[in-house]
Design a protein around this ligand. Structure first.
Ligand SMILES: O=C(O)COP(=O)(O)O
Length: 229
C-alpha cells in the first residue's frame, strides 16, 4: 500500500477515494465512437468521429445519444422526446455492448494506483450499470472497488452531489474525509456541492474545455501524483 503525497496529507488524509470512470481511469472514447457511429449509420446519418464524441461524454448514455442526434446542440438535445430518442438509444446500446472493451484501455498510472491505493475506493460513474459491470469485469477491476455507483442507480447523477454523498454514507466516511478524482466539471461540481475535496486529471474529456476552469483542489497529469512514490 502506498502513502499519500505530502501535498494531499498537508490538507487531510483521505479515508475514501471516489473515482470517476470515463476520461479518468479509462479512455473509452474509441469504443463509444464505434457505437455512436454505428448508430448514426443505421439512421442514415454521417459519422461523428472521436473528437466530437469526446466532447459529448460525461452525462451518461442518454445525454451522449441526444448530443449525437443533434450534432452537439445542447438545447435541441434536450428538446427531443423520449420517443424520439428511444430507437437511437436502442441502436447505441446494442452497438456499445459489442464494442465495450475492444479499444478501451487504462490511462498511464491507473493500474498502479488501483493496486496500491492508500484508501478504499468507490466508483461513481454516470455510465449505465449495464455497461459498467461487464467492462469492469473485463478489466479485472471489480475487486478494487468497495462499491459501484452507476448513472442509473439513483434518481440523480453527477453533477448532482447525491451519488457522492450516497457513497460516503454507505462506506461510513464523512464527506470531509473523502477525495473525488475525476476529469470533468460534472465531477468537480458534484464534489464541491458535497463538500468533498477534488483532484482533477488534465488528460480527460471535460466537453473539450480545460478542467482547470472548474478550479479543482488539485490538478494532475497522472493519478500517481497523488502518491508518495
Ligand atoms: O457519460 C458517461 O457515460 C461517462 O460517465 P463518467 O465520466 O461519469 O464515468
Amino acid at each position: 500500500m502506498a502513502e499519500w503525497h505530502a501535498r494531499v496529507l498537508a490538507r487531510f488524509t483521505p479515508e475514501l477515494v471516489l473515482f470517476d470512470l470515463d476520461g479518468t481511469l479509462i479512455d473509452s472514447v474509441p469504443d463509444l465512437t464505434t457505437a455512436i457511429d454505428a448508430m448514426l449509420q443505421q439512421l442514415g446519418r454521417a459519422p461523428a468521429g472521436r473528437e466530437q464524441v469526446s466532447h459529448w461524454v460525461g452525462n451518461g448514455a442518454d445525454a451522449l445519444v441526444r448530443r449525437a442526434l443533434t450534432a452537439g446542440d445542447e438545447t435541441a438535445a434536450w428538446l427531443l422526446t423520449s420517443e424520439q430518442v428511444a430507437p437511437a438509444r436502442q441502436a447505441f446500446d446494442q452497438a456499445y455492448m459489442q464494442a465495450l472493451h475492444h479499444a478501451t484501455g487504462a490511462y498511464d498510472g491507473v493500474e498502479e494506483f488501483l493496486r496500491s491505493s492508500p484508501a478504499p475506493m468507490v466508483l461513481v460513474t454516470n455510465k449505465p450499470r449495464v455497461f459498467t459491470e461487464p467492462l469492469l469485469q473485463s478489466l479485472g477491476w471489480q475487486p478494487y472497488f468497495q462499491l459501484l455507483l452507476c448513472g442509473d442507480d439513483l434518481a440523480q447523477k453527477k453533477p448532482h452531489p447525491a451519488p457522492l454523498l450516497h457513497a460516503c454514507e454507505q462506506l461510513g466516511v464523512a464527506p470531509q474525509q473523502a477525495l473525488m478524482v475525476g476529469d470533468s466539471r460534472n465531477d468537480v461540481e458534484a464534489a464541491k456541492a458535497a463538500s468533498i475535496a477534488c483532484a482533477a486529471v488534465s488528460y480527460g474529456y471535460n466537453h473539450g474545455e480545460p478542467i482547470a476552469d472548474s478550479q479543482p483542489d488539485w490538478l494532475l497529469d497522472d493519478i500517481r501524483q497523488l502518491l508518495a512514490l
